[in-house]
Write a protein that binds this ligand. Structure first.
Ligand code: ZN
Length: 160
């Protein structure tokens, strides 16, 4: 199952391990991610967060909304054209892919088995999940391993 359509071409093991330990997201961008999740509900939304790595912190500067090709309430597949354009824009701007985000419209922001099985990025990026199942929207980040997940440190940042 290859749910993410354009994996990082650097397919060595080292490239699939984390190159930063914390993800810093400006408040405004996190708001945008949550808004995207609300707009696309009841289907799952997805997108990419890019930026640069500074002293072990992945500092997000740019968001790319990507269409969910599956238009599913419980799964997502990043649409290839959107991925192509996002990766091109990242290359042109010298940005690194730091996180992939998607939503769980009716449940907690915890990785599903599909999220873990479908991950083709190893631990090179954080998977940020927005959960709309509770009273308030909640966003949590995860490193997905081959067999499970561990929570990533995600910090809100002011304007970066
Ligand atoms: Zn999920």
């Amino acid at each position: 199952m290859n749910r993410i359509t354009e994996p990082d071409p650097r397919c060595t093991l080292a490239a699939l391990m984390p190159s930063f330990t914390r993800l810093a997201i400006p408040d405004l961008l996190l708001e945008e991610v949550i808004e995207h999740a609300r707009e696309d509900a009841p289907i799952e939304c997805c997108g990419l967060l890019a930026g640069h790595i500074s002293e072990s912190v992945g500092v997000v500067t740019t968001r790319f909304a990507i269409a969910n090709e599956l238009r599913s309430r419980s799964d997502y597949l990043t649409e290839p054209r959107g991925m192509f354009l996002a990766f091109r824009a990242m290359r042109e701007s010298g940005l690194e892919l730091l996180a992939i985000y998607h939503s769980h419209p009716t449940s907690e922001p915890v990785p599903s088995l599909r999220d873990i099985d479908g991950n083709t990025y190893g631990e090179s990026v954080v998977h940020l999940i927005v959960g709309l199942g509770g009273e308030k929207a909640d966003a949590r980040g995860w490193w997905l391993t081959e067999t499970g997940s561990r929570e990533a440190v995600v910090v809100a940042a002011g304007l970066v």
